[in-house]
Design a protein around this ligand. Sequence first.
Ligand code: RIB
Length: 280
Amino acid sequence: MDKQVSVAVIGSVNLDIVARVREFPVPGETVTNASLSRFGGGKGANQALAAHRLGAKVYMVACVGDDAAAEEALQTLRSEGVDLSYCHTLADTSTGQALIVVNEAGENQIVVAPGANAVFSAQQLKLPATDAIIAQLEVPLNTIASAARQYKGFFCLNAAPAKPVSSEILDRVDLLVVNEVEAQVLGDDLSSFQGLLATTYGSRGAVLSRDGQRVASALPPKIEVVDTTGAGDAFTAALTVCMAGGMSPADSLEVACRAGALTATRAGAQSSPTAADIGW
Ligand code: RIB
């Protein structure tokens, strides 16, 4: 791409506490063979970093608490050069934290204590001038709706985690990214959606469609899965950066599938590749 794309990511910042186990415990079971790690996380922060690593100028628009977890959660974004000047520290508030269990197959189960993400209000929202916005659903819907009203550029919504979204937001979205579960939750709202819809199917690839018509489809490369956490975030960020930069939908989808797959080859949610890693 000739020009550097600028992106504002409106979303969550979490500290991820990850337990690796052979198998997920069943309800009531205690598993005692876990190894523990801590990573930066939050769908917003993961997407911001992924877009940055693909060469975009990225602003993280978010809220963290006034605790030690905030700096740990933001450390990788800060050290790699994501702009944090739109990231607010809220007094007497905890930073979001996620408890993640990853099994031998690299699948995960995630429980989020949202902390500051849950009180990121529309009043706190200030948007830098950018080519694109990416939002997800780990901050209040009112805040996303306010961004949708204010912003005039390319708007990507990753409707994750799965929950219903108002038509006010969906009508403004240019690119909607969902997995199969999120697609089911949006249900009928997807049939009336006017923008570009990207549906991800994990190792079975992804499809781009508009008005129910397939625009492009792509398969990820064959990989050795270590941890699928953050793969969808890398996919969303890559698709947005490529499309906002003027790449064709089919080529953008190829790059996004590669970005998602490579993220799953490494531990943690912020293991997304650089443009060079994916040969772009
Ligand atoms: O998409 C993965 C992310 O979901 C994790 O980093 C976790 O923090 C949750 O927000």
